[in-house]
Every structure is written in C-alpha cells, then in structure tokens.
Design a protein around this ligand. Structure first.
Ligand code: ADP
Length: 478
C-alpha cells in the first residue's frame, strides 16, 4: 500500500493549527502499520532548510506562462516518512492575500508531478490522500486527466490506478474564490460547479474536491452526521445527494509521544497517573506565578486555541466572565486570531485580576496550561474533531465542552469531563458551576482526573480505520 498524503502544514515543519498535528501523527501512525506513506507540502520561506535536499524540478503551465517549481525532500522529524516540499515564490507564505490561489497552484504542482514524474516523489502511489480545501482540487485535476486526458501521453499517466480521498478538517473554510483561479490552472469551465456572488462567478475548492474524489471522510462521526444533516451548509449536502454517497467520520487521535506528561520537558516537572495530583498542584502554582495570577486555591480554567468568533465559543466565555464573580475561579487564555476578539480579551484581562490572556502562539506555554489548569474550556459552536480536549485529558485536566462534533464523541459527561448542549452563555455558566462544584469534592475530582488520563486517544485506532479504507478502495479498483 503506497499513499501520498498531501497537506498544507505539518507539525515540527510548519504548524498553524490542529491540521498540522494530524498531518504529522496520522502518516507516522500509518507508517508504523506498514503503509509506505510520503507527504507532500509547500516549502514556506520560514521553514528550516536543515536536512533538506533538492530532488528535482517541474515546469508548470500556469496563467498562460510557464513556472519552475523546485522539489525538495526531507523526512518527517523522528520518523523515516519522506516529505516532498514544493518551492516556488507563490508558495512562500501560508497566510495573507491570495491564499486560495496559492493552494490551487500547489495542488496543480502536486498533481502534475504525480502524473508525469512520479519517480521524483517516490511514486507510483495507490492512493492520494488530500487534506482540506487547500488540496481539494487534486481529485478534480487527476480526474481531468482521466476524463479529457486522451490528448495527453496516456502511457505516462497513472491516474487510472490512483484513488483519491479527501478529508474535511473544517467546513468553515471551503476555499471560496473567483472562478479565474481555476482558469489560470487550465481547468475547463465545464468541469466546475460555478455559483454567483455579488463579486461575480465563484467556486469552492472543497466542493469541487467532493464532486470528483473517490471517498470523502471527516474527522469525527458526529461531525459527519452534522454535515449530512445540513448543519454546515446545504450546498455540501447537495454534493452528497448528487454522488449518492455519505461522508464517513473517523475520529482523530493525538500523538501520545508528543503529548505525554511523563516525559514532557516543557513542564516544571513530569508526572504519571499515580503522581498527578501533587504534580498538578505544583505546576498550577508555577503557572499562576508566571501568568501573574494570584496564588489562590480556586479552580483554574484554561483555554488554548484560535480566537475565531464563528467557531470557538469565545463570545460565551466573555459573557461567563462578566456573570461569575471574580475570586471564585481563575482563567488562563492563550491564543491568536481575530483582532476584535483579541482586543476584547485584552480588556477583560485588564478588568479582572482573575483572568490572564497571552496573545501569542507558544507551544511551551500551551503545554503548561494543559498541565497546570484544572479544567479546559472548549465551548465551541462547532468542532469537527478538536484536539485540545484529548490533550487536556492526557494531562489530567478535565475538559468542559459543548456537545458538538468530535467533542461529543470524545468526552463522557460526568466521567471524563463535562458536556453542555445549548449554545448559550447560561448553559456554559451552568457547566462551569458544575465543574467547580465537582472540583470542590476532592474524592470525585481525583477519580475523574485519573479516569481522564487513562483514556486511549492514540492514533493507532484511527490509523487502522484509515488503512481499512485504503484497502477497500484499492480492492474496489482491482
Ligand atoms: P483547530 O484545528 O480548530 O485550530 P484543534 O483543537 O483541532 O483546533 O487544534 C489546535 C491545536 O493547536 C492544538 O494542538 C493546540 O494546542 C494548538 N494551539 C492553538 N493555538 C495555540 C497557541 N496560541 N499556542 C500554542 N498552541 C496552540
């Protein structure tokens, strides 16, 4: 089984969020199951050039000109998994303007190399596994060659054997863009599902991918159900109706080596399920000290994540802060994101001495919050899978989550965490009060902490499900 895993970010090489964690851990876990897997991703300017070698180049027809893309190879740190890096000025940065165009260009580069010069990338591959909208055009571009590729040199095209999978990590981001980006790639209009916007005709890369790909998966069973129920957009459901297909949900895992309180060098001290209670008390004190929070014996809530107004439930958190008297609890927030939300939380932290807000991306502080907090707040409006609740449990921190997506699939109310249903501030406040009451009953609390730590969220389980899916697809094609 040979798999090419295509993604926009990979932890230890370039990380922006949960997708990077998945793109590190899933290929590593699949490799451990014997899958010959390689990763393809852009080579951003800020990435390290250590242990990176140039293995080839590619002439790409783009916007009626020819662009030269250089292909580099490195290995996934800590593993033998090859990573192919695509370097071109268009792919220098992750964010900013023209982000959709950038990843459309990347998708074309990967497809072209895959179709015409598979050896450069260690091919041929049985499966191309695409992650999110960034790489969703690949199935269409591969499909274009199978459908209208007869004018090309067919013998060099391996797309007949290639099966494609698209994993949706978050349907909030669909890669919507003016139709011109597809035309720059040379995709015929007849293949696109164009819709009108006030700014003109547009496409969504994610939906184009879903139309052409062999299988669509997402990152938790509940999120898959929500998508099919139309909770994340009607146009997506229409695609599945046309396909006569359903989306399959496979719950993500976490990297149990990277997230391990027994060995974590970023913590003031390491701990296991037997030493957790004393260790967490010590780490909590050190966290309070470093964040300039008073050393009070009250429950310490933590929040680590993107300040995204549409998803992460921070509007509820702001209302809860206003409603619960200071002094009953403390809250340590860490995150980057939307300017207006950042401003709001800077103000809240100024006003309430019990609130600390660190506005940066800091993996070390994140780990100290996971270990030092008592309760992790995850009140998301929706959450495709979510990793922070699983990380929290691994560190013996009790997650308080809203019942949605992967949060619903991974947290057991009253056993490993607390779950509330309604997306309202009052429901969150009731949840916080329940958690604080449980924290005060030390026997119950310590048993919850230990139960949470014993949960198995390792990637092995999910990787086995992906492997079964790959095997099914390859069998289906023979
Ligand atoms: P999403 O993918 O929606 O951002 P997830 O819960 O799936 O959310 O994953 C978030 C990941 O990013 C976790 O590993 C979390 O620890 C990390 N993270 C998010 N924000 C920060 C930050 N400001 N500093 C350090 N790590 C962060």
């Amino acid at each position: 089984m040979k798999v090419l895993f295509v993604t926009s970010e990979v932890t230890k090489l370039y990380k922006r969020g949960g997708l990077a964690d998945v793109s590190y851990s899933l290929p590593a876990a699949l490799a451990r199951l014997g899958v010959a897997i390689a990763i393809a991703m852009p080579f951003y300017e800020s990435m390290s050039t250590k242990n990176v070698i140039c293995v080839g180049q590619l002439a790409l027809d783009y916007d009626r000109r020819r662009e030269l893309v250089f292909i580099f190879r490195t290995t996934l740190p800590g593993t033998k998994v090859p990573v192919y890096l695509f370097r071109h000025p268009i792919l220098n940065q992750y964010d900013g303007e023209k982000i959709v165009e950038r990843f459309a260009f990347f998708s074309k580069a990967v497809t072209q190399l895959y179709l015409y010069s598979q050896d450069t990338m260690g091919g041929p591959y049985d499966i191309v596994h695409c992650q999110d909208w960034h790489t969703a055009l690949i199935p269409l571009l591969v499909g274009e060659h199978t459908k209208v590729g007869h004018h090309r040199h067919e013998e060099t095209i391996q797309s007949k054997q290639a099966k494609t999978i698209l994993t949706i990590h978050n349907l909030l981001y669909t890669g919507e863009s003016g139709v011109s980006i597809a035309l720059k790639l040379g995709i015929p209009q007849s293949m696109l599902h164009i819709f009108q916007t006030p700014l003109g005709p547009a496409i969504r890369l994610m939906e184009e991918g879903m139309e052409y790909v062999d299988r669509v998966t997402t990152v938790s069973p509940t999120y898959a159900k929500e998508i099919m129920a139309g909770k994340h957009g009607k146009s997506t459901v229409d695609v599945f109706t046309r396909r006569g297909d359903r989306i399959r949900g496979i719950l993500n895992g976490i990297d149990s080596d990277a997230w391990d309180p027994r060995t974590d060098k970023e913590l003031p001290r390491t701990y296991s399920a037997t030493t957790v209670i004393a260790a967490k008390a010590e780490i909590k004190k050190s966290l309070q000290h470093s964040l300039h929070l008073p050393e009070l014996d009250v429950p310490l809530f933590g929040f680590v994540g993107r300040f995204e107004g549409r998803q992460k439930g921070l509007d509820l958190v702001a209302k809860a802060i206003a409603a619960i008297p200071d002094g009953q609890y403390q809250l340590a927030l860490l995150g980057t994101g939307q300017k207006s939300l950042i401003q709001e939380f800077i103000q809240l932290a100024r006003k309430h001495h019990t609130i600390s807000f660190t506005h940066t991306f800091d993996e070390r502080l994140a780990k100290r919050i996971y270990a030092g907090a008592d309760i992790m707040l995850i009140p998301s409006k929706f959450e495709p899978c979510g990793l922070t609740q699983m990380i929290a449990m691994r560190y013996g921190t009790i997650p308080l989550v809203r019942k949605t997506g992967g949060l619903a699939d991974s947290v057991h109310d009253g056993v490993t965490g607390f779950v509330f249903t309604e997306y309202t501030a009052s429901a969150l406040i009731v949840g916080m009060e329940r958690a604080m009451a449980a924290w005060n009953d030390k026997t119950t609390w310590h048993s919850m902490v230990k139960t949470a730590m014993r949960q198995d969220f390792s990637w092995k389980r999910s990787a086995k499900e992906y492997l079964a899916l790959y095997q099914d697809l390859v069998k289906g094609s023979s």
